[in-house]
Design a protein around this ligand. Structure first.
Ligand SMILES: *Cc1c(COP(=O)(O)O)cnc(C)c1O
Length: 377
């Protein structure tokens, strides 16, 4: 049989990521590949780094896109900032907090967990108590925007607690970046990592990361080298560090970086606060529409993320059938529940390009029609 080029179907991506990618951002990736040490590319890298510093609201010199998805940036932060035997306090209020815990354990760190029910924000008072009870803790890790539940935690308060207790903070802002405020310098966050396919509306596969000078110092003071050669920031920086000579570390994903650059330009043209405001406004419209259909949200109103909405599946409604029909009949993807929320919630993402009024109307119309035809029972 003759093999043919793959033609993906038309989809409206309203799940937990990837989100819709605009033609402009997709076309950026189609530009000619050039060498990753070409002077033109080096100049482009400096510009991309400036855009990343802009979006993270930081002046951190150690700001770069890790070549790999959000999980790669996440693992790189843990692998660089933790040494075997270090104590870390991990806030766990969903699937990504759980992933933080597993990564820390693999590194051989001693993990203290602060648990919170899935669907709630991290409890700042409980974290404070854990830090007081563990004065030898060296790192505090938390997820600002828990994509598995739609809960929003207070990054500012948690980063401040870490400083007070002489810990480095690691903040997961994969889903947060672009959708809600992320203030790396103003909050004093030591390590933050993101992803491209959530509110930046760029194809998946890259992870913007930024580290403070305190974090860089911790890496320089390590007793043992980072176990992963690929993820060792002290080596990667020979390529991404500005000013000095760019040395080969690994081949940068040249065309993927064109897309990231373009998506940051799009965001800059809109403005960060305008984007935050758009996410808030469209989220409120979505919630009103869902409530009109008799649906309710999992997370209490004051702890909700605008960009990720966990909706309770009503009694008697067939989770898989509804998601299947949405995809097949309407071309709309929404997300399933994870872990303890499997079969209990749908996750509706309003990230970046997906967060538009006409798109939520398409979803609400489709859900309304399905409810009317009783096809969800
Ligand atoms: C999506 C996500 C990740 C992982 O990103 P991948 O690109 O899927 O590896 C990590 N943390 C949070 C909060 C996420 O939403």
């Amino acid at each position: 049989m003759k093999q043919q080029s793959f033609q993906p179907p038309e989809r409206l991506l309203m799940g937990p990521g990837p989100s819709d990618v605009s033609r402009r951002v997709r076309e950026a990736a189609a530009r000619p590949t050039i060498g990753h040490l070409d002077p033109a590319f080096i100049a482009f890298m400096d510009e991309l780094k400036g855009l990343l510093q802009w979006v993270f609201r930081t002046e951190n010199a150690l700001t770069l896109p890790v070549s790999g998805p959000g999980t790669a940036g996440m693992e790189a932060c843990f692998a660089n900032l933790l040494e075997p035997g270090d104590k870390i306090v991990v806030c766990r209020n969903g699937a990504f907090g759980q992933r933080m815990l597993e990564m820390s354990e693999r590194i051989g760190a001693e993990v203290v967990t602060v648990d919170q029910e899935w669907g709630r924000a991290v409890d700042v008072a409980q974290v404070e108590a854990a830090l007081k009870a563990n004065p030898d803790a060296r790192v505090l890790a938390f997820v600002q925007a828990e994509t598995s539940t739609g809960a929003r935690s207070d990054g500012q308060a948690l980063a401040a607690l870490a400083r007070e207790h002489d810990c480095l903070s690691i903040m997961d802002c994969v889903t947060a970046l672009g959708g809600i405020p992320v203030e790396v310098d103003a909050w004093g966050v030591d390590a933050a990592y993101a992803g491209t396919q959530k509110c930046l509306s760029c194809p998946p596969g890259l992870s913007p990361v930024t580290l403070s000078e305190r974090a860089a110092e911790r890496i320089r003071d390590r007793q043992v080298p980072v176990q992963s050669w690929f993820m060792d920031f002290s080596l990667v920086m020979n390529y991404w560090g500005s000013g000095g000579q760019r040395a080969y570390h690994h081949t940068a994903p040249v065309n993927a970086l064109y897309s990231l650059h373009e998506s940051l330009l799009v965001l800059k043209e809109e403005g960060l606060s305008a984007s935050w405001e758009r996410h808030r406004r469209i989220h409120e419209k979505l919630v009103a529409g869902l409530e009109a259909l008799g649906l309710s949200l999992l997370v209490p109103a004051d702890e909700r993320l605008p960009q990720l909405n966990a909706v309770r599946i009503p009694e008697g409604v067939d989770d898989g059938a509804v998601r299947g029909k949405l995809l097949e009949d309407h071309g709309i993807e929404i997300g399933a529940g994870l872990g303890p929320l499997a079969g209990k919630v749908w996750r509706i993402g309003l990230m970046g390009e997906t967060c538009r009024e006409d798109k939520i109307e398409r979803l609400l119309t489709a859900l309304g029609a399905m409810k009317q035809s009783d096809s969800w029972e």
